[in-house]
Design a protein around this ligand. Structure first.
Ligand code: SDX
Length: 374
């Protein structure tokens, strides 16, 4: 057997999928065959969530049913709310949301049932409840009263209401909705592969999503949207951006929000999100971070030929919306639950245990010395 090592599984095709397709040479991404750009132009986030989960765009009737079910599952149990209130105020919200999904598994009547029907229902419940958990911790940490979800508001409107007790301008909500559409799914990325690996042992959907959240947290993956904003704040003002990045590159630093394993000529989601970032900046009359964005993007392209990824425009967009930086990756979670769930169901439908090999480079077989001889 060949022992050629492909570190990071670089270039390895491990399975088939019908959920999404990255076409690097076209710099395009499709969900279930639809270009994400077109989905952003023509759909609300809820329609895209349905598409990712079910494989087809919903009819009006199917969408109304999906929305009704999502809205009626938003409430968290008293036990989970109590848990959130008792969590340390300095915890990372990603750890909070990971713990909450894990807690949801203790309460869900179908946790152990891996049938397609149960998985779809469990996915919907986690999808509906996670924003409630994120917002509940956001407010608890600030010593504010938790706001219950509303059945009358869209996914994004309800999230803003639960976070800030007010819903911003329609265009701001739309920009947020767009970020959720762009974050919903991205083939065999680290967290999705984690979810599929967990699933491959025939473990359950809650466990796979809990693991995927832990995986998304890292700054080389979803955690980059937070890291981008910390970097921009450190830079502080546009006049400092050029020298900051020259200095960082000279020190061989990794610049957050740039580069991608699959795209080499640019992340197809960036132009759309960048457009909305500028829209938000104009509406709120906040130009500092978009200016820093442009300088960093230009310098990275000219000096390294490395393009930004979707986390680069998402970071400053959420910042301008007034969201605390450590809540950006939990927002990514709220949307990616759809993609993870679709992959978990796909893995269950055609499972093969994921178990790669490794090349051993440790000690050769040796004798065990008794404790008193060591
Ligand atoms: C996401 O896969 C997905 O689909 C993920 C995602 C999704 O939707 O699920 O798109 C979301 O995770 C986006 C990525 C967010 N991460 C970051 O922004 C962190 C910064 N980026 C890099 O660390 C890096 O580009 C990765 C982790 C994204 C990709 O890593 P690879 O494919 O392993 O590439 P690499 O790190 O080996 O880089 C190749 C070369 C290196 O130079 P050489 O050693 O060949 O000379 O490019 C350089 C790197 O040093 N490089 C960078 C860089 N990214 C690549 N140099 C400086 N800054 C960077 N950001």
């Amino acid at each position: 057997m060949s022992e050629e090592i492909k570190k990071g599984l670089l270039g390895i095709v491990v399975d088939e999928t019908t959920v999404s397709h990255v076409v690097p040479e076209l710099s395009a991404l499709t969900y279930r065959g639809y270009k994400v750009q077109d989905l952003c132009d023509k759909c609300e986030f809820e329609e895209v969530a349905y598409l990712v989960l079910h494989g087809e765009l919903p009819s009006k009737k199917q969408l109304n049913k999906f929305i009704r079910e999502e809205r009626s599952n938003r409430k968290l149990s008293k036990t989970i709310i109590k848990n959130i209130q008792q969590m340390p105020k300095n915890a990372h919200p990603m750890d909070v949301v990971r713990t909450c999904v894990s807690l949801m598994s203790l309460e869900d009547k179908d946790t152990k049932d891996n049938s397609q029907k149960s998985n779809m229902q469990k996915a919907l419940r986690i999808f509906a409840q996670t924003p409630t958990a994120v917002a509940a911790y956001f407010r608890t940490r600030k010593g504010k009263k938790i706001i219950s979800p509303s059945k009358k508001l869209s996914f994004s409107e309800n999230f803003f209401k639960m976070m800030f007790n007010k819903i911003p301008d329609k265009e701001i909500v739309r920009a947020f909705d767009i970020s959720l559409i762009l974050y919903a799914e991205h083939s065999f990325n680290v967290s999705t592969f984690t979810a599929r690996t967990i699933t491959s042992s025939l473990s359950d959907l809650h466990g796979a999503i809990t693991g995927a959240i832990a995986s998304l947290k890292g700054p080389l993956h979803g955690g980059a949207n937070e890291a981008v904003m910390h970097m921009m704040k450190e830079i502080g003002k546009p006049e400092k951006a050029k020298s900051w990045i020259e200095n960082a590159l000279a020190k061989k630093k990794v610049i957050m929000g740039f580069g991608h394993r699959v795209y080499r000529t640019g992340d197809s989601r960036v132009p759309t999100m960048k457009h909305y970032m500028f829209k938000v900046a104009k509406l709120l009359n906040k130009n500092k971070y978009p200016k820093i964005y442009e300088i960093l993007e230009r310098e990275m392209l000219s000096k390294k030929n490395i393009h930004p990824n979707v986390d680069f425009p998402c970071g400053p967009t959420y910042y301008m919306m007034g969201i605390d930086i450590d809540f950006y990756t939990p927002i990514f979670v709220m949307s990616r639950i759809t993609g993870w769930s679709a992959h978990i169901m796909e893995q269950h439908a055609s499972n093969k245990l994921i178990r790669p090999l490794s090349k051993y480079k440790g000690e050769q077989v040796r004798e065990v010395m008794l404790l008193n001889q060591r």
